[in-house]
Design a protein around this ligand. Sequence first.
Ligand code: A2P
Length: 300
Amino acid sequence: MPTTTIDDLILNNGVTLPPIGLGVFQSPPAETSAAVATALELGYRHVDTAAAYANEREVGEGIRASGVARDDIIIETKVWPSDYGRDETRHAFDKAAAKLGVDRIDVLILHQPAPAGFDRTVAAYLVLQQLLADGAVRAIGVSNFMPQHLDRLLAEVDVVPQLNQVELHPYFAQPEVQAADARHGILTQAWSPIGGITFYPGPWGDDRRSVLADPTIAEIAAAHGKSPAQVMLRWGMQQGRSVIPKSTNPARIAENLAVFDFALSADELATIDALDTGRRSGPDPDSARTDLFDRVIPEA
Ligand code: A2P
């Protein structure tokens, strides 16, 4: 029988990260603080937000309302491309820290490569490096970086990112990104680990299939007396990824943490691997979305 134990993840600079955290992408600000407090009370110790989610302030409120000691919690947030640049990214840290109500941000990452302005992406990363050296952040990284973006970045910086957060669920597992991350010693962190992006309404197209309704995953879930979401989270964690499912629903926040009492077999993991369609549901990191990237992140 495979073990049910999943150890904490250890980043390439020695910082530890729980294998599962709470995501708050698309969590309405009014619901975010309660979701964060509920999650922390249930035992989550990692929350992933972003300047662009417009709910950092409510994440901070939820953390304070939970009563859990600040030092026991990993707070992760992301700098939006409109704040890339030497002075801009330094100011982005100040804005995020003030909204969150903290002095130190545990994990600070770049939200996207800015393909049309990679020099600004590099400049932003150099600020993250400095913040890391100063102890203002404990780990740094990137998001939505494809192998070619990693190669370009690594040619110009000193610190290998601690993690790379990318779209990753059974319908889009990005094996080549995972391999590139592993080659460089970068942790792969899965956004939309239960495939919310495969069914969210929005600008992502309507020819998507919800991975939550996948019959193969349903069959594996039934065999374990677990839910499809729990199976997908286990698949991610057993393969060594950080997973950050989003929910604002207390029962589902609890359900997503109840994943330490069963284990998928190697065959089941391979069966889920085989569901990969190679087609992303979210935005392509190589398309220069200046309309979005120019969006101004408000002051604290
Ligand atoms: P809700 O917030 O109402 O629970 P992802 O993080 O993979 O993008 O998935 C997030 C989406 O999945 C949200 O729509 C969320 O809605 C929903 N969700 C979260 N947990 C579960 C669960 N255990 N079962 C079904 N849907 C879930």
